[in-house]
Design a protein around this ligand. Structure first.
Ligand code: CDP
Length: 242
């Protein structure tokens, strides 16, 4: 089944390929070397970057290049049912995949024995927190002046029963009719190279290709918003002169 024929109605009335309203801003944590906020609907991520700085513990130092270290955390008040923040298996997995999503664009050869620390905190969660975190982190790294080949943008594509949709809410992630939900978070560079992709559920090869195409379109829109947020900050730092 292709999406073109679908008369599927999303719970919040969005078009199948429509993102939630996005807000993005850099420079939200003044003490950090770089920082950013990325909001998609009711999901809000804040990222702060510290470094490059000497890697501690010393035995983790790599004399051939600098390293990226990511720490994802959902704050206790980010969901209505209080969760225990900090290290748990889910947070550790998301920290690791965030690193995988971002590493391919970073040019860290010039920083032997050093580390760039990225802290991501989810202050409000309504699904898509890993993708919002990656979007915020990519902007924060650029804001910190870390040399990068390009930007990374991230979005979750989902299959609800048989229909593909972009940027799922928690209500959509919990869809229970027909084949149920499939969640596919995808991150890509601004020239369309995939740096991270996960799949939770079931999907055929043809529809997976369609999902990647939908993610490409969505990431192109997200990239423009990330770019504008960075440009606005540079303009502000230059005293408002464009
Ligand atoms: O957030 P993301 O979609 O990247 O990851 P997930 O593990 O699929 O979580 C989906 C959503 O479930 C989160 O965004 C939260 O809204 C919710 N959640 C929660 O309420 N309590 C948790 N301990 C974990 C997730």
């Amino acid at each position: 089944m292709t999406n073109k024929k679908s008369d599927f109605v999303r719970p919040d009335g969005r078009k199948l390929d429509e993102l939630r309203p996005i807000e993005a801003k850099v420079g939200v944590v003044p003490n950090a070397d770089g920082s950013a906020m990325y909001k998609s609907g009711d999901t809000v991520a804040i990222a702060a970057v510290y470094g490059p700085k000497k890697m501690h513990p010393q035995h983790n130092q790599d004399p051939s290049k600098g390293q990226l270290r990511c720490d994802y955390n959902m704050l206790s008040f980010s969901v209505t049912e209080r969760i225990r923040p900090g290290k748990n298996r889910r947070a550790m997995e998301i920290s690791e995949i965030t690193k995988w999503a971002l590493e391919p664009v970073l040019l860290l050869d010039k920083y032997p024995n050093q580390v760039v620390d990225v802290f991501i905190n989810i202050i409000q969660a309504d699904a898509g927190t890993r993708t919002a975190g990656i979007n915020a982190a990519a902007m924060a790294l650029a804001h910190a002046g870390i040399p990068m080949r390009g930007m990374v943008s991230s979005v979750a594509v989902g299959k609800l029963d048989k229909t593909l949709v972009v940027d799922l809410t928690k209500e959509e992630e919990d869809y229970h009719e027909g084949e149920g939900p499939t969640d596919i978070p995808i991150s890509m560079t601004d020239d369309g190279k995939i740096t991270h992709m996960q799949l939770d559920g079931k999907i055929g090869v043809t529809q997976l290709q369609e999902a990647v195409d939908l993610a490409k379109g969505a990431c192109a829109k997200i990239y423009e918003i990330q770019k504008k947020a960075l440009k606005d900050a540079i303009d502000l730092e230059n005293g408002g002169k464009k």
